[in-house]
Design a protein around this ligand. Sequence first.
Ligand SMILES: [Zn+2]
Length: 623
Amino acid sequence: MTTQSPPPDGVSRRTFLRGAGAGLGLTMLGGASATASPLGGFGTALSGRFSRTVGATDVLRLARVAVRGPEEAAFVLGHFDDTHRVFDDGAIEVLLWPGDLARLTASGLRYDITVEDVVERDQRALAAADTQSAAGGSLPGERDDYRTLAQFEDDLLGLVARFGDKARLIVLPERSLEGRRVIGIEIADDVHRVDGRPVWYMDGLHHAREWPSGELTLMFAFDLLENPQDDDRIAGLRRDTRTILVPVVNPDGFSWSRDALVQVSDPYASLPLAIAGLEAYWRKNRRGLIDETILPWLQRNPTSYGVDVNRNYSARWGGPGASGEPVLQDHRGEYPFSEPESRNVAALLRERQPVALNSNHTYTGLVLRPWGHTGGDGRFTPDEDIMRDLGAAMCEHNGYENWHSIDLYATTGTTVDWGYAALGALSYTFEIGFDNFHPPYAGDDGALHHYRLNREAFILLGETARFQHVEHRVWDRDTGDFGGTVAYPTHARITGAVVDGDGNPLPAELSVQRTTRIPLGSAADEEFYEEESRAQAATDGDGRLDWRLPPSTTPTAIEREETEAWELEIRAAGETVHKSVVVERGETAELGEIRIGEPTRGNGNERGNGRGLLRERPSRPNR
Ligand SMILES: [Zn+2]
């Protein structure tokens, strides 16, 4: 980057607050500029509340920035709020926050402003959408506009109440920084039964402004439970798998972004929001200079700068594509899992071991697969073939583009890379929508339209949990063409039967545990974050075990040419036996008959190929 001005570094505290969007400064401007407006319907509320009074520079703009080569691209991505859109000529779309235009100009890069005022553009789009009736039939969970945080919670609780044996409430372990709880739903026939069915997982709203990502995640919950089309594949997912959905990972950020438009009944809560008009575009969580909310009942931190939750996971944390600067929109936080939102997701998934994962985002119509980082030897993952071809199959339905994440640009510390690296789940990020973080709900780029597009893609992903092998056509990344069909392995399986000394079935509880090392940073594997995984299962009434899990060896261990095992513990009749099980993707570890206890009399009853094998490390008595 020889011809460019040096990047503006050494961000001052003042810039920091300005760059962080509608934060402290705007809150302080308070009463003088608040405009009373009749806030009837949603559209009316929007036009009233988006009348900004803090000056002409206080707008959000979209710019298309030309870059010549990777250094300039890295500069743009490292200093501005990119939207994920990269044009064919390599130009990058960025959202310019107040102050960014001057910095972009100072950088010497060529750019075009493509949208002069994003808030105004969206306000117009919404007004236009208001005049149309929501076309089309009703979809599962369909509404007439985006849910607020409270409506997400009500709908999740409502589903659990309506479908008690098929839906279980999941409360994630930690509250958010502003004290909100984070909830999800687990969906399966006879959901409360403990067994070995495979788990798969989707979430939304890591990023506050990406409202459709939460909507689609929740709509899929309605779809699975209501099954309005009497769809065998939906019924199959419910019968054979456990689906865990967490629509709102980042409730503080989402509430700040979404509830800004409706929280008019509380004058204290809505006052700063009415002034700024930009908070709907808030991306990060609500980490602040002070992390107690000054007015706890408001659940609003006025000093917030925010951490990008989707850069705060351990996988390659500290590498490129995430910033150490709090002012920046991809700020990775102080250390891996410094934020309750990422800790929540990781804690949940380490206990449940999903075999497939999709973290929903908006926008630009992409299906992204690991890796997102540069460096290291494995440019492609060990599971590139299946994730590429499954990605292509999903893209045939949603019309998105199928990308290896690093080919878009570098990211580190993301959910998708962590889910794949730490768990071995087949992992994706969906960038939903084409033109906007949250377009009009029922419009042609809105949540309803994109639910229709993505429903089949979600089912396909779920079927990698349902079936241990799936068939997909081979997709050529260069031409975009499909070739012949190949059967791919999706997950691992452990089978066996637990019996007592006389060969009678024994009810048994089982757990697995694994510790793996996840590389931090970008280059050689020098620093690691230790991740512990565990999961629980139980035998059925006949003492049989059929347990679907991610492969025992995690992908970064495969890259290091290591083998990892599930440390299996079987507890029955007051005894515990242990075994190390190495079982890779597509494989089944057949443990045969696992005998626990001595025969009550006589002959020893020689049967079962698991006998003796599992006696290697007996430990008793149990607890
Ligand atoms: Zn996002």
